[in-house]
Design a protein. Structure first.
Length: 587
């Protein structure tokens, strides 16, 4: 779900070489003629990489994401000043017919992969086929289906595509804006060996020389647990330029340090070893400000730019056939409502986020203001109400250790995990466990390896291998800000219920799925928002995810960097788009 920030100007198609994409100078804080070329930007990641394969990667900010993200999100992207969709890898907006369900798209000619091969319709079609093969297990799979019915894509000619949607979709341009991968690399393997062949490709130990990128970066070097280095793809700059005509990206290199936790990230930033940091706590901001004021760090700091396009949550596993006690417990909405009442969100904001955060009760991030509704039910911090709900499902007595038990003496107990090294989530988990103990709920909280956690969360079947997980989601768009793989049953991030058959278990889930697709096919903004109000209510009543808190968005970067957005366009949604690394330059 990556987005980016270029716009096409004066497009003329006729020969094999089209006019390049030009980034408008008005989007940048500095005149593009002042931008310098060359140099290295230094960033960081808190988890090691799992694969180089774009079809099997599930984690955010993976190496395939970083190297392939062309800054605009594929065929189309949103203009950050208007939120209207504009063409990127397409040479113009599509021809629309069949009542808004058919889109014929002309590709921009002259685009190339990092090996110099042209990007054509075959690359989009093969990429689409692989993503929509359920045996591959792509994280993008759900994006290409509407209410269980597939979107179809076919090649008209080498530079023309035809998309057919099963129904009208307000998110059509988002769904069409996927990144193409090379047919000449993946196509022969897929056609001869199918999904298993694709899954065996581009493992984490693959030779970087064999990796072909459609985007601004290619892998130069990777040292597990230490560092990854990306180098500029020179072919990308042939069709992506700034307002002064210089090819993008400006930089030669992007290096990523692999760090154990956020504290290590802050220390590296304060020491001037990395160029950007994502502060989330008041203490982070205070330390950065002190370092700047003392002259020990030459950096820019902008606190509280906006709410963040993210949220933290706890999800309980409904698919525990091997443990009927917990399966019945986790499927009881009164239990999940009680867990929401146990969540001391203000305490989490103060203790884990240093007072810089927002209480969250649904999956729509606070930055999307048009989809926040006063009618949405909330289950705020209230231990007495939590105790009443737990008593309704049979937990009225405590044992000698102070934990609630049912009439058979079974302790109300479950395991909760988060990703080790994320100090904010570790604090959130400890706060939740401490509050749960006050009402007699035993929470065994254990941080574990991030990749193992993701494997557990995305597993399918009747007996998935976890009790509860504390994690977060980010991304999405402001057109219809309900995740296509989160809300509908069958989505791989409908994480509380992922049976092998993908079916809904409850009427509330079915209602949410119905409302999701109803809203998605409603083109009128006001009418779609009314459906969103119903969906937010249904989601809150269901409590499939117990949403906790969202952070505020703060920006800081080393003063050696230039090329930031115009300040009027800053918010967590716009700045989360991977534009910055294309127009960043070393002063």
């Amino acid at each position: 779900m990556r987005k980016a920030l270029f716009v096409a100007l004066a497009l003329t198609v006729g020969s094999a070489t089209a006019a390049p994409f030009v980034l408008p100078a008005k989007w940048m804080a500095a005149n593009p003629s002042q931008a310098k070329t060359g140099g290295e930007v230094r960033i960081y990641s808190l988890s090691d990489y799992k694969t180089l394969n774009p079809f099997t990667s599930a984690e955010a900010d993976s190496l395939p994401d970083l190297m392939s993200d062309v800054g605009l999100g594929g065929l189309f992207t949103q203009d950050p000043s208007t939120d209207k969709f504009i063409p990127h890898m397409a040479d113009a907006m599509p021809t629309v017919s069949n009542g808004g369900k058919r889109f014929v798209v002309k590709l921009r000619q002259g685009m190339k992969f990092s090996d110099g091969q042209p990007i054509t319709a075959d690359d989009f079609v093969t990429t689409f086929k692989i993503h929509t093969d359920d045996k591959v297990g792509s994280n993008s799979y759900d994006s290409f289906f509407l209410n269980g019915k597939p979107i179809t894509l076919k090649k008209i000619d080498d530079y023309t595509l035809q998309f057919d949607f099963p129904q009208v979709s307000s998110g059509a341009y988002v769904r069409m804006a996927f990144i193409p991968w090379p047919d000449h690399v993946f196509g022969p393997v897929y056609r001869s060996k199918g999904a298993e062949g694709i899954k065996a490709m581009w493992g984490i130990s693959a030779d970087p020389k064999t990796i072909v990128s459609p985007g601004p970066w290619v892998i130069s070097n990777y040292q597990p647990g230490q560092r990854a280095v990306l180098r500029k793809n020179p072919y990308f700059g042939e069709w992506n330029k700034d307002g002064a005509g210089k090819p993008l990206p400006y930089l030669d290199t992007m290096s990523i340090r692999l760090l154990k936790d956020l504290n290590a990230g802050l220390a590296a930033y304060l020491a001037g070893q990395i160029d950007t940091f994502a502060p989330s706590k008041a203490d982070d901001l205070a330390q950065i400000k002190r370092a700047i004021d003392s002259g020990n760090l030459k950096a820019q700091l902008f606190p509280n730019v906006s709410p963040n396009a993210t949220s933290q949550w706890i999800v309980f596993n409904w698919n525990k056939a091997a443990d009927p006690f917990k399966q019945k417990l986790f499927r009881d909405v009164r239990f999940r409502q009680a867990m929401s009442h146990i969540a001391n969100r203000q305490g989490m904001i103060q203790l884990a986020l240093g007072g810089l955060g927002t209480e969250v009760y649904t999956g729509v991030y606070p930055v999307f203001k048009n989809y926040q509704f006063a009618s949405t039910p909330k289950y705020p911090y209230n231990l007495a109400q939590a105790s009443k709900l737990l008593a309704q499902i049979g937990f009225t007595k405590k044992n000698a250790q102070g934990y609630l038990v049912d009439r058979t003496g079974k302790v109300l107990e479950f395991n909760l995990s988060t990703n080790a090294g994320n100090t904010v989530r570790e604090q959130l988990g400890r706060i939740f466990a401490d509050e749960a103990k006050k009402v007699g709920v035993k929470v065994n909280f254990t941080p574990i390896d991030f990749n193992n956690l993701v494997d557990q969360l995305t597993s399918k079947g009747p007996n998935r291998p976890f009790d509860a997980i504390l994690l977060g989601l980010s991304g999405g768009d402001n057109i219809w800000p309900y995740g296509s793989n989160v809300i509908p049953c069958g989505g791989n991030l409908h994480a509380y219920n992922v049976p092998a058959d993908g079916k809904c278990l409850t009427p509330q889930e079915s209602l949410m799925t119905k409302l999701y697709y109803q809203g998605d096919q409603t083109l009128d903004d006001d009418a779609r928002r009314k459906i969103g109000e119903q969906l937010s209510k249904a989601e809150a009543l269901n409590q499939g995810f117990v949403y906790l808190v969202g952070t505020n968005y703060h920006v800081t970067f080393n003063s050696r960097l230039g090329g930031e957005y115009d300040r009027d366009l800053w918010d967590a949604y716009n700045l989360s788009r991977p534009y910055a690394h294309l127009t960043t330059y070393i002063k």
